[in-house]
Design a protein around this ligand. Sequence first.
Ligand code: BG6
Length: 506
Amino acid sequence: MARDDKFASIIGSEQAEPANIVIFGASGDLSKRKLLPALAHMHRWNLLGPHSRIIGALRNNWTKSHWINYVHDQLLQYFPDAILNPRSWQRISHKLDLVNGDLADPEMYQRLAEALHEQGGKKNALFYLAIPPSWYECVAKNLKAAGLADEADGFRRIVVEKPFGMDLQSAQDLNQSLQHYFNESQIYRIDHYLGKESVQNLMVFRFANSVLEPLWNRNFIDHVQISVSETLGIGYRAGYYETSGALKDMIQSHLLQVLTLVAMEAPLTLDADDVRDEKMKVLRAIRRISVDQVKNIAVRAQYDAGNAGGVDIPAYRDEAGVAADSNTETFAAVKFHVDNWRWQGVPFLLRTGKALPDRVSEICIRFKAPPQTLFDLHDGNVLNNELIFRLQPDEGMLLSMTAKQPGLSTDLRAVQLDASYGMDGSGMPEAYETLFHDVLLGEAGLFSRADEVEESWRIVEPIMKAWAAEDASISTYTAGTMDIDGMQELMHDCEGDWRNLSAKHA
Ligand code: BG6
């Protein structure tokens, strides 16, 4: 199959109704790296309605031609195909519009209301808040005051990025204020992990194959590992990361969301609320622990100077903007238990970190070893079957089985049934394309509901509290290694070891 055909077959071809796509923070980092390329890609595949508009809401006092040149330059860097084809660029540039002004100035929203294009008697609008969360309430309030939350003449949807709060209280406050101005059904909380191909495939794989269901429980599964390992350090993001750390940045959001998809029951239908109800049940079933118990289920560490992925990385405490005595964790691993009928006794181990040896994200379902060892074992690990969902790189699935080594002996070896997508990532829709597409179609299944976000904060709060109360300096690991104190102990009741996260299939 040609790359283009593969893409078309993956994303499907349902075109959304035309809409005004308004990006607040349109000259920011997220916008240039992810949002503009995603929209250009969708445009190319005819997934944006023909009369859709991309409206930058900017504080820079730019002219329209400056904005168009800016988008041109960013696409040249992040999605050059859109620019190199002059017809494609011409058609995208005709969709671009802008509104300048201060986010706190109500007049700016009046101008925005006037700038919305009418398509077929409707003024559909999607408001994407690619701005710091401290601005969310102000923007929502002003949108509402300008009549822009009102759906009388078309849909109005607001998209917010994580972090949704920095703890339970602030998440509740944020939800309350957003819900004051918009209905919950108009609010789309993005967790970009849910837009990843393999994460979506997890649902399909689980619920479209009857062969898995009998095995998908405590009788056959020993434990589950969900890992996101990154080679980069925190780079220029100290301002945010110092207030966050690996637990809040990744585990509270992305990794717990992935856990719910592994553990949930089949929803009644694929309607957003049916799916989210099932995910909520999993979150509610996660065992609550006291602050004193945290040391038994969670470890954290911070990177020291080293070399990760071929790049020299300074110690976290020497990164620009990081406090010299910072105890912010750049690695976190947590062992959760889901106390329900299906999962009682099955540990779910979640780990994530920066400045690690390889960039790999995966879910590993490790099955129990066979009850009896009939064969000579030369490699102690080969008897546990593993089902791996690779989120990145090499998206796809692998089933590792044990087979006979060809020859006269009955030596064993691990073999892998490999269902990689084989697309080297290049033809795959980016998570942000999938998510934009769903917002435009009004499909909310891949977005977190308010109660899910709050429940996730409830789950991690004891860990936050325990770590905040620790006097001792955080332990360190050399950048480019995964030598983390205490990590091994988390596996004490699991069969086998932590998976070796290598960018090559392991
Ligand atoms: C973001 C986190 O939500 O996800 C970042 O804030 C992290 O710290 C990123 O690097 C990882 O996303 P991905 O898609 O590159 O795995």
